[in-house]
Design a protein around this ligand. Structure first.
Ligand code: EPU
Length: 333
């Protein structure tokens, strides 16, 4: 266990130094449990794309380096693919396509690792991870044992799971198993995708959906390699239907999507834009000029700058719409 500079390991590019341990196998996971047992507070870090790092975190950071992808089994209906937690997510999606295992293309270009994907139940362009999941292999840091969880056991909800609710010190995801149906149906519910030139006209293919998703993301979302960010900084707020109706009466342009449970999801990006924060800066950070939901580091920011802007945005959205925004990235402190 050594102290490490973690600025290159968080996509917001915030300066941070912490004690860190590199986990490459179950033996390392066991060491982590011993350290946790001895009183060290553990924080499991994947690709660092959904985290706000404080400068001197007290946590011991477990950096996940587990690698490997393979076809675990197949039946008449589906391929079951297993990927180790440390595999970069986008490369994994692209690899599956190249092997003739489509089904994850709507989730192309999401930053981060395979192991982090179930933690926040990543989702984009009409597809959520839990719709393609066969199971999760995880190390229970507290109990020092390996467990296999079926999707029903993972407590998935919008951008949420049992792993996220337990905090970053309880579960170390070792591998994720995906069930990819052999009969492929394109998921084209998202309007920008349906009408994308790569898909208009001819028949939709997995490759065309992949290309269209990559193109839409590249146009809307800043590349963390060029401009530090952690993707959507807030969740889209989900409110009771009556509340959404009242808001829509006052603000007819507010995008709102009915949820299976009867509640309504509001577009946080729209609320933030209307509150005047799109493209606006506060010190070295700001809300992105093309997607107001994405907080960006224009250079030299630290965690305190990020949290100050997040507070200001929340306050303005609350004052104007009476809606509470919830931060999506977790805090490493
Ligand atoms: N909007 C605005 N102004 C903005 C941004 C958005 O008015 O600055 C409006 C859009 O016009 C649209 C609505 O808000 O009507 C929704 O916007 P968008 O389609 O860009 O998606 P989002 O709800 O802002 C979510 C995910 C993204 C995901 C996209 C596409 C969350 C928190 N974010 O964003 O995920 O890529 O849908 O499915 O659910 C991420 O989590 O990092 C992420 C990028």
């Amino acid at each position: 266990m050594t102290e490490q500079d973690l600025q290159g390991f968080n996509t917001l590019g915030l300066p941070a130094r912490a004690r860190a341990l590199y986990v490459e196998g179950e033996a390392d996971a066991r060491i982590l449990s011993t350290l946790a047992d001895a009183g060290h507070e553990v924080f499991v870090l994947g690709g660092g794309s959904n985290v706000v790092m404080c400068e001197r975190p007290r946590h011991l950071v477990a950096r996940v380096g587990l690698r490997g992808i393979g076809l675990r089994r197949e039946d008449r209906e589906a391929w079951v693919i297993e990927a180790a937690a440390g595999e970069p997510w986008h490369d994994f999606v692209a690899y599956c396509l190249s092997q003739g295992w489509p089904g994850l293309e709507n989730l192309a270009l999401i930053p981060g690792t395979v192991g982090a994907a179930p933690v926040q139940n990543i989702g984009a362009y009409g597809l959520e991870l839990d719709q393609r999941l066969e199971g999760v292999v995880a190390w229970d840091i507290q109990a020092a044992r390996r467990v296999e969880l079926a999707p029903e056991g993972c407590g998935f909800a919008y951008r949420d799971s049992l792993f996220k609710r337990a905090g970053a010190g309880r579960w170390l995801i070792l591998a994720v198993r995906f069930r990819l149906p052999k009969v492929w149906h394109p998921v084209l519910d998202y309007p920008d995708l349906r009408t994308h030139p790569a898909l208009a006209g001819g028949e939709a293919t997995p490759g065309a959906v992949f290309d269209a998703v990559c193109d839409i993301r590249r146009r809307k979302l800043p590349d963390p390699a060029l401009l530090g960010n952690a993707g959507s900084f807030f969740k889209n707020p989900v409110v009771p239907a009556v509340r959404a109706e009242a808001l829509r009466e006052r603000f007819p342009g507010l995008p709102a999507y009915g949820q299976p449970d009867g509640r309504v999801k509001l577009a946080a990006g729209w609320l933030i834009e209307q509150a005047g924060w799109k493209g606006r800066r506060l010190g070295p950070v700001g809300m992105h000029e093309r997607q107001a939901l994405v907080l960006v580091n224009h250079g030299g920011a630290a965690a305190a700058d990020v949290l100050r802007l997040a507070r200001a945005v929340c306050e303005d959205v609350r004052a104007r719409f009476g809606v509470e925004l919830e931060r999506e990235p977790v805090l490493l402190d």
